[in-house]
Design a protein around this ligand. Structure first.
Ligand code: 4AZ
Length: 523
């Protein structure tokens, strides 16, 4: 116990207390020490502040023994007040000092709090700062490594980035070549196709394409046909009477190996063929077409996506189903082959790199070649299903026999540059209303480089076009219907918006079997 505390807490000898209180002449502060505890007359020579042990006690300097009884006077200082001769008196004599244990003195309490804060805050802040610095250094190291090296987790070594996805094994287990862009052609994978604005079913069998006679057609068969086309959603179907369709016809036998096509000899007895819709697609709320590129909202083109490589928008793309995105092969140049560095942003009008979906696989056409771009088509498979909403919807694929009218009105969308050679992407999704240009007209300006797998669209007088950053995006057609079909993929062109140099698009119609083959394989 400290002295100050003892002063207050020690019960005074009743005699002494009374005597002090009754002696008003006694000075407020005595230069003489006051015994810690009033002594009895039986111990007159013991130093008054010393413990009362019998031996080993050195008397205090020039200390006077306190009288056994004091003359009465004003209130004495507390009995155990420090006994040193130079003690300074307290501010108000006789007033008990505040009990700092209970925080009665705010100043002392504050000092204690400040020192406690210092005791804990300084080390905690130091630790936090050290951890933050380590995190920053770690992130910097990761950024540097990510930009220059690939880490082989199995062989625990770094290889230079240009050896990743270069077609040669550099890590054990071929780890550096596993998650790269793949060249595929599954064109013969699917035996189904849809005609007439993508709804009347045809199945391949016996060396020909057959219409499906509605006899015996049911939900299970509808699902099997949709699986052939690469869709797993709940289909809707109807039977339509088409006198102009004269066959050949077939029915479907569902076996353990999937669809078996059974030819119908002669005519279809019901007289009806099957019209099928595998997915609700191509629905939006924007039937208006405005001359010139302008801001639009993703709800008007909810199939539009942004393909991003290491956080940067590179190309556009379109949603075909919950997992499949259609785009252009030239978006995946030699240095951008690593699947895990790509993301797909869906459902946003403005570019945002935070909420993009991860990519599982990227396929480009086997025959794609950078120079002429005759097979400029790619499919990305997402790691997780998209949730459809007003801003995320699939676009429809056209029927295999679609024939666009001359000068057909088309829309194209994207975040690409709004000025040729301009350094900036559009921050808000842009749309431009353009028209189909015949391949023969187009080829006069493009020296016959526009092949059958390509189509031309734009405005011959210039000004309305796609540009760098729009590549891979969808060129869509709706005609007079409420259903938007993707007929082209932004591919190339001579500059942007130049007169006579219209945009060149990959023809979706030319690659329907390539697309469906992959979609079926990836179900
Ligand atoms: C490009 O570089 C690009 N004007 C896309 C489209 C067009 C030109 C260039 C068509 O991605």
């Amino acid at each position: 116990m400290s002295r100050g505390e003892g002063d207050i807490a020690s019960p005074l000898n009743s005699t002494g207390a009374n005597e002090r209180a009754s002696n008003p002449a006694q000075p407020a502060v005595s230069s003489q020490p006051v015994p810690a505890t009033p002594r009895t007359n039986a111990q007159p020579s013991r130093p008054n502040s010393a413990p009362s042990g019998p031996t080993g006690v050195t008397p205090g300097p020039a200390r006077t023994t306190a009288p056994a009884t004091r003359p009465s006077g004003p209130a004495q200082p507390p009995a155990s007040r420090p006994a040193g001769p130079t003690r300074t008196p307290g501010p108000v004599r006789g007033t008990p000092r505040p009990n700092t244990r209970t925080g009665a003195n705010p100043l002392v309490y504050k000092i204690r709090r400040v020192s406690a804060l210092r005791r804990y805050c300084v080390p905690v802040t130091t630790v936090v700062l050290i951890l933050a610095s380590l995190a920053v250094i770690g992130i910097l190291i990761k950024v540097v490594l990510d930009n220059y090296y690939f880490f082989c987790t199995k062989s625990f070594k770094f290889i230079p980035l240009d050896k990743w996805c270069d077609g040669t094994q550099d890590c054990s287990g071929n780890e550096d070549e596993l998650r790269c862009v793949q060249r595929v052609d599954y064109s013969n994978n699917s035996i189904a196709r849809l005609s007439e604005s993508g709804s009347i079913v045809q199945l391949y069998g016996y060396g020909r394409w057959n219409y499906i006679c509605s006899d015996g057609f049911d939900v299970a068969r509808a699902k099997a046909v949709c699986a052939e086309l690469g869709y797993s959603s709940n289909p809707t179907y109807s039977f339509v009477t088409r006198n102009d369709i004269i066959g050949p016809f077939s029915t479907i036998l569902l076996g353990s190996n999937g669809i078996e096509v059974i030819p119908v000899t002669g005519t279809c007895s019901s007289g009806n063929v099957v019209s099928l819709s595998c997915i609700t697609c191509g629905v939006n709320h924007d039937k208006q077409r405005i001359i010139g590129g302008q801001d639009t909202s993703i709800e008007h083109y909810p199939w539009q996506v942004s393909l991003q490589y290491m956080g940067s928008h590179i190309c556009g793309g379109s949603i075909l189903n919950r997992r499949i995105i259609l785009s252009a092969a030239h978006c995946f140049q030699m240095s951008d082959q690593q699947v895990d560095r790509w993301r797909v942003q869906c459902g946003r009008s403005t570019l945002n790199y935070l909420f993009a979906s991860e990519v599982d696989k990227i396929y480009i056409h086997t025959l794609y070649n950078l120079d002429l771009k005759p097979y400029d088509i790619a499919i990305l498979k997402l790691k997780t299903d998209l949730t459809f909403s007003d801003s995320i919807q699939p676009v429809c694929l056209p029927g295999f026999d679609i024939s666009l009218p001359d000068n057909a009105p088309l829309s194209v969308t994207g975040w690409g540059h709004t000025v040729e050679g301009g350094g900036n992407l559009a921050s808000t999704l842009q749309k431009v209303a353009i028209n189909l240009i015949s391949r023969s007209v187009c080829n006069q300006e493009y020296y016959n480089q526009v092949l059958d797998t390509m189509m031309c669209a734009g405005r011959l007088s210039g000004g309305l076009d796609t540009c760098q950053g729009d590549s891979g995006g969808p060129l869509v057609y709706s005609g007079d219907t409420a259903r938007w079909e993707q007929v082209g993929i932004v591919s190339w062109g001579d500059g942007c918006g130049r007169p006579l140099k219209v945009g060149i698009y990959t023809s979706v119609q030319a690659f329907l079997s390539w697309i469906c083959g992959i979609m079926k394989a990836e179900l």
